[in-house]
Ligand binder design. Structure first.
Ligand code: HEC
Length: 169
């Protein structure tokens, strides 16, 4: 009888609303959106955060400036990153992108810029499949897909957060 009572107590606890409270479904537990599962709208924008965790603009600035991470400054001038030398001019200047673009547009451009700018030279930073035989030019042997994305989901969110701070000075 005592055992039965305890079982009931456990059942009551399991069904308790605490366990289904938003705490367990909040941002820290949100699942990352995999590269193949990203949903674009008809203009190439991506409304949903890839991680549910707000981006860190300081880390985003590092992604953009570092040759080892995003190396965006190889193609884009960014006045706010003037400490980093060798800004390229292949792409447009991004010093006022925070005024010109929405977060959803920027997410789409970073995940796969080809959905916004057809045939662009800008790399798709969150893509693992669907490349046109990558590696072939160098090795004659295509690399095996899926390839790792150039940036992680959180690095994309961090970069968006930094881009949103860019207003013309
Ligand atoms: C190989 C060169 C190259 C690299 C590297 C590159 N981009 Fe681009 N990017 C471009 C070009 C070119 C365009 C213009 C689109 C077009 O017409 O092709 C562009 C467009 C953009 C735009 C849209 C600008 C606008 O408002 O019209 C954003 C934002 C952007 N890039 C951000 C980035 C970020 C952030 C990175 C690094 C993670 C990056 N780019 C890396 C070449 C590059």
């Amino acid at each position: 009888m005592r055992h039965f009572t305890r079982t009931l107590a456990v059942l009551a606890l399991t069904a308790s609303p605490i366990l289904t409270s938003p705490v367990l479904t909040g941002p820290a537990w949100a699942e990352e959106v995999a590269p193949a599962d990203v949903v674009f709208d008809e203009y190439g924008a991506v409304a949903k955060s890839l991680t549910g965790v707000p981006g860190d603009p300081a880390k985003g600035a590092e992604v953009m400036a570092s040759k080892k991470i995003g190396n965006c400054v190889a193609c884009h001038a960014v006045a706010q990153l003037s400490d980093t030398p060798f800004h390229g001019e292949v792409g447009p200047e991004l010093s006022w992108t925070g005024e010109a673009r929405s977060e959803a547009e920027l997410r789409g451009i970073l995940v796969n810029s080809k959905k916004t700018f057809e045939g662009t030279v800008m790399p798709a930073y969150y893509k693992t499949t669907g490349f046109i035989r990558p590696g072939e030019g160098f090795t004659k042997k295509p690399a095996q897909e899926p390839l790792p994305p150039l940036l992680s989901a959180q690095q994309i969110e961090d970069t968006i957060a930094f881009l949103m701070t860019l207003k013309d000075q």
